[in-house]
Design a binder for this molecule. Sequence first.
Ligand code: SAM
Ligand code: SF4
Length: 344
Amino acid sequence: MSDNSLNEPTRSGRDLIDPFGRHVDYLRVSVTDRCDFRCAYCMSEDMSFLPKAEVLSLEELERLCRTFINLGVRKLRITGGEPLVRRNVMWLFQQLGRNLDTGALDELTVTTNGSQLSRYATELYAAGVRRINVSLDTLNRDKFLAITRWGKFDRVMAGIDAAQEAGLAVKLNAVAMRNFNEDELDQMLTWCGERGMDMTLIEAMPLGDIGLNRADQHLSLAEVRQNLEQHWTLQPSDHQTGGPANYVTVAETGRRLGFITPLSHNFCESCNRVRLTCTGTLFMCLGQDDAADLRAQLRASADDGLLAQAIQNAIARKPKGHDFIIDRDTADPAVTRHMSVTGG
Ligand code: SAM
Ligand code: SF4
């Protein structure tokens, strides 16, 4: 490449700028690969999980997050697996929440299946969390059981209630699937509107072997949007999260609706995020396999400066983007790891 400056780690020392000039200020942290559900598009029923020894302690995760914050990360999202099933995870939220008090961090959020919210909503709020994403693909009890395999519908509903009562803004994330919830999305939009919740629709991504052919469930959000537009007024919204969702405002409810379309629309240009797994592996792109092992550096030395250098070197390798393909000739996953490893 002719312009060497594009390939070098950031020189400012505090900011994480990738080779394409994108400012990485958003870290998603998967704190466990385990989960109390087995959603059909995410995991196979007989998943094997990481041995505990490979998983970072909460103290190690906190140190890593702190180092990222010192390098200019302003937003943290805790995810999994199911983050709220990790033992003592509230300790991590409390430690990270301190960075909100000092102004070092703008936002601490979580993506959850909702099963533990009745227990933790108040503590999350106390730790400084103000907005959460709850993943729910259907309002139909039987379909919920079919898709989550192990989920408890009433617990999730009670969890959403508890979150709203605690003062947390809830956004619903739903994976749109053909022959599953495509006929229900109108109703879900109504329900979200009534409850004052935004909603984001996600296209199923080809991550990890799930023992099913993904082409059968793939539903393009372009098609979904066309169908929704027959009943709803979807107004363009300039809402930007720096994330992959395109937002519209639903005029009838006043709530936002997001579309995450990794397949039919490439969202990489504005990507501001990287993903850390519970083993300390940093993925610079959700759709590619290149990764940096930060655990080795973390455990080799107590020097946060060396850890920061390892992070900067990794960001200097962030790829331009990814290209997912799901069709009948491409049955294999685009990347072999499951979404529960990188946390979505
Ligand atoms: N367990 C938590 C939950 O379900 O919200 C957090 C982790 S989960 C991996 C994060 C998000 O990824 C969820 O909204 C889930 O629906 C989504 N997801 C999982 N596998 C996916 C796939 N193959 N394609 C698209 N979204 C997926
Ligand atoms: Fe668990 Fe979330 Fe994956 Fe469902 S989507 S199996 S809740 S990690």
